[in-house]
Design a protein around this ligand. Structure first.
Ligand code: ADP
Ligand code: MG
Ligand code: MG
Length: 876
């Protein structure tokens, strides 16, 4: 018989797969002697058994639950449903990977008309007993019976109003009794059955509901976002209740052992006096900072601080801890590795190394490269005077500008249209998750730093401000008010999640810099990694950024962007339209000094580091005007000014555009095919590069150009282009009397090139795998068509595991890369190889490149830090 149920003293933190994260940690904390209310965990395997049995709890599981329940009763000396001494439990979901707030939890289970009286007598606190009972009816009805909380909240509000109260603490025992009757009526009305009184029935229905919540909409969305497999299932924890709502010597709270926003080593948390679990996270009442607990309950605070330290030492990482105080006694209800911003992740990882708790390798693995993106975003310009409208709690750092929206669905809708929005809500609930994903940032008027909005936003690296109470939101009118200022739906605001400030309008932003801890962590990464990181950059500014972020060179300098400059386009067009050799050369002569200057700028910034320059790649018609637009203009001129010179020119242009028109430009006259047919273009580019190198030699800079011929499919293409480049070099060496070094290599981006890499290597000093085109040509997909038309469906239908343009396809494209490296090095051992293309900045692709033995990856300057870290992780 397999074991489906584990008492808390039977498990440990290594059993997450079976017990879920929450259950495994409850067991671990029980094991190391922390004050955890006793209970048991129904395993994730039981969840799968539940689904296998058509959503019923198998008899075997039921029997084991009852057995464990008996043990729990024995241990606590209480009994489920016994009015004399009732056992009350919570039923808590707990997946393998934490999914905060995504699934359901029920508190105070075991309450019924009889046990509530028992509780009242036993605790000598009828008000508390009835409060707990009404909470239970509401939660159970919401989660299990599917009765909307709205009905309960409305009744509660009406009762409060009728009594002239402003808040719940004013409610008396008798008032709660009245509310309970009303609640029961609501249940009967909506379910056509009375509220279930049998605690065992309550228990099994709740277990069912938690298993079901694994597949609720928001859980599915969250799993998709976080790439959590859906076959894992959730565990269910049954735990005896402790009560934070027993009076002013009781309370409940949440704390992080370090600041999850900045990483600073301070206790960071909040609590509410006389409240139960969900109250803090739900953001209904704004809680007090944990530090004030020191004065209110010094002994409890002391014990809590010690427990936090102990848990952090034990788990060797920052913890997120839920606790409850019942009549002055501390209980720990949950611990898990705390979610944190990238900034905090870096600071915590480096400080834990300095504190001797973890080693450098562990620290490197603690930071998710993808998360670093957050730190490399723009911030609000500090020099700009801020016109602050309101200030809330700085719940998640970062700056954002966008249109105000008040609804998650609308946020999603507008974001899909490409608009930038900021989601403004009184508070958020897990049902708003899609809106938070879509928004640039989130602002709430209620709730604290550990409220749902804050936790979720931090996890996604989104700016967030919480508890901005000065903001009076009117959801009905779709506006909010701060003092006299009214901000309407669609108005633009800017927020700074690092300070909590909200400002009207758009505010200038500045470029990011790397913090000291970030530099330190990256220096550890550099010690560890065995693959180089270069950047793709087409101008001196980007090159400087790349260098600042630690690039070891430029892996791809695209020359076409230099041609797109508005001042140059007419000259480029002249070159393309030239009828004679002389005309064309005249245009090229004009372009040459411009190109020389471009190259000189980049090579100068890079100060002797290698710079791979790709000769012109796109089809020439990309530099000409759009055919349709041209036609419209010509038609107009034919009517208005049929004799004009402009018309003649335009007609000539149209003729050329038509000549250059291609059925399939991606596979057309581009790359080295241009250089083969119009050698003078490549020649001009090569000469410009060598002039730049010669000029720099005068400045004492030993430039390292690597000239790259694109789209080679046959060795003969490369042979011819290489001779052309060599001839240009020779002529400039003679002309300037200077000697310089350079290499000539090729991009491998056509399958044939990869398959004949042994031949191609005869003519190449290096290979650079252009994985964007190689993916297109290997799959036979045109990227622009695929991404819009069918790729998304392919991924959803699991035809493809991932977008191959984002994550390198190891089996197909990867095989060609491996073949290319192997064949190339057979001809030329030690042949230098790299990858340029978007994959060079993606962590799984970087890992692949390391394993394939490439010398370097190249990615956009902003992804260089990420790539340095990912490259280190690949070796650990
Ligand atoms: P989530 O996964 O949404 O955080 P939990 O299962 O942790 O849900 O429950 C939410 C809150 O309910 C907890 O933070 C805790 O304060 C409270 N809670 C859960 N179980 C108990 C219990 N046995 N006694 C007292 N409070 C509890
Ligand atoms: Mg919950
Ligand atoms: Mg919890």
């Amino acid at each position: 018989m397999s074991k489906f149920v584990y008492l808390f003293n039977e498990g440990n933190s290594g059993m997450k797969e079976i017990l879920g994260g929450k259950g495994a940690n409850l067991a671990e904390m029980t094991r190391i002697g922390l004050p955890v209310p006793f209970g048991f965990t129904i395993s994730t395997e039981a969840c799968n058994a539940y689904y296998d049995a058509g959503k019923t709890i198998p008899a075997e599981v039921q029997a084991q639950v009852l057995e464990a329940l008996a043990e729990l009763e024995a241990k606590t000396g209480k009994k489920l449903g016994n009015p004399e001494n009732p056992l009350l439990v919570s039923v808590r979901s707990g997946a393998v990977f934490s999914m905060p707030g995504m699934m359901d939890t029920i508190l105070n289970l075991g309450m019924n008309d009889e046990t509530v009286e028992g509780m009242a007598k036993l605790t000598n606190n009828p008000r508390f007993a009835y409060d707990s009972y009404r909470r239970f009816i509401q939660m159970f009805s919401d989660v299990v019976l599917d009765v909307d909380v709205f009905f309960f909240e409305r009744l509660l509000e009406e009762t409060r109003e009728a009594k002239g109260y402003t808040a719940d603490p004013e409610m008396t025992a008798e008032d709660w009794k009245e509310v309970i009757q009303g609640y029961k009526n609501i249940v009967t009305k909506h379910t056509r059955k009375p509220f279930p009184q049998d605690p065992k029935e309550q228990l099994f229905l709740s277990i069912n509901a938690v298993f079901d919540s694994w597949n609720n909409q928001r859980a599915i969305v969250y799993r998709r976002l976080n790439k959590i497999p859906s076959h894992l299932g959730t565990a269910v924890n049954i735990q005896s209740m402790v009560f934070g709502n027993m009076g002013d010597d009781s309370g409940t709270g949440v704390a992080f052992t370090r600041d999850p926003s900045t990483g600073e080593s301070i206790l960071y948390g909040e609590y509410l006096i006389n409240a139960q679990g969900e109250d803090v996270v739900a953001g209904i009442r704004t809680p007090q900072p944990i530090q004030t607990l020191k004065n209110e309950m010094p002994a409890v605070y002391q014990q809590f601080v010690e427990t936090c330290n102990r848990l952090e030492q034990h788990y060797e990482d920052m913890q997120d801890i839920e606790f409850t105080v019942e009549r002055g006694e501390l209980f720990i209800l949950q611990t898990r590795t705390g979610k944190r911003t990238a900034q905090a992740a870096i600071r915590i990882a480096t400080e834990l190394v300095n504190e001797g708790i973890i080693d450098k390798k562990t620290a490197l693995l603690r930071v998710d490269p993808e998360q670093l993106d957050q730190l490399l975003h723009r911030r609000i310009d500090e020099d700009f005077e801020r016109n602050q409208l309101a200030k809330g709690l700085p719940a998640s750092p970062g700056a954002a500008t966008g249109k105000v929206v008040f609804d998650a669905d609308e946020a999603e809708l507008l974001a899909n249209e490409g608009q930038k929005v900021i989601l403004v809500r009184p508070e958020t609930t897990p049902d708003d998750i899609h809106g938070i994903i879509a928004a640039q940032a989130v602002v709430t008027s209620r709730g604290g730093m550990t409220s749902h909005a804050a936790v979720v936003a931090r996890g996604m690296g989104k700016a967030c401000i919480c508890g901005c109470e000065a903001m009076k939101i009117d959801l009905h009118e779709k506006q909010f008010r701060v003092g006299d200022v009214v901000v309407k739906h669609s108005d633009i605001i800017t927020i700074d999640g690092g300070t909590g400030e909200i400002m009207l309008g758009e505010i200038p932003m500045i470029e990011p810099e790397l913090s000291e801890e970030f530099q330190l962590l990256l220096s550890w990464a550099d010690e560890e990694r065995k693959i180089g990181v270069r950047a793709n950059a087409d101008n001196p500014e980007d090159s400087a950024k790349a260098l600042e972020f630690g690039a070891g060179g430029i892996g791809l300098c695209r020359t076409e962007h230099m041609f797109m400059d508005a001042a140059r386009v007419p000259i480029v067009q002249k070159m393309i339209l030239a009828e004679t050799f002389e005309e064309r050369n005249a245009a090229l002569d004009e372009l040459l000094p411009m190109q020389r200057e471009d190259f000189e700028g980049i090579l100068e910034v890079m100060q002797g580091l290698p710079v791979t320059i790709r000769l012109l790649d796109p089809p020439l018609h990309e530099f000409l005007p759009d055919k349709e637009e041209l036609l419209v203009e010509i038609t107009k001129l034919q009517i208005l000014d049929p004799e004009s010179k402009v018309l003649k020119e335009k007609e000539a242009l149209l003729k050329k555009v038509r000549q250059l028109d291609e059925f399939n430009p991606m596979l057309g006259h581009r790359g080295c095919r241009l250089g083969m047919i119009h050698p003078e273009i490549y020649e001009m580019q090569a000469r410009a590069i060598f002039y730049a190198v010669a000029n720099l030699a005068d400045k004492g800079i030993d430039a390292q150009p690597e000239i790259m011929i694109p789209l080679v499919g046959h060795v003969n293409e490369l042979k011819e282009m290489r001779e052309l480049v060599n001839a240009a070099a020779q002529s400039i060496k003679e002309e300037t009397g200077k000697n310089f070094e350079y290499t000539v290599g090729t991009m491998i981006e056509i399958p044939r090139a990869a398959l004949t890499a042994d031949q191609i290597a005869e003519e190449a000093d290096f290979f650079s795998f252009g994985t964007n085109d190689l993916t297109q040509t290997t799959f036979g997909y045109s990227r622009d068509d695929a991404e819009g038309k069918f790729l998304q469906a392919y991924i959803e239908q699991k035809v493809l595991p991932e977008n191959p343009f984002a994550v390198l396809d190891r089996e197909g494209v990867g095989k060609l890369v491996e073949t290319g490296v192997e064949l190339g090095r057979k001809t030329k051992p030690g042949l230098k190889t790299g990858i340029c293309g978007e994959h060079g900045g993606e962590k799984s692709s970087i890992e692949f490149c390391y394993n394939a033995g490439l010398d370097y990856v190249s990615c956009s300057p902003y992804r260089v830090p990420l790539a340095r870290l990912a490259a280190a992780q690949a070796t650990i």
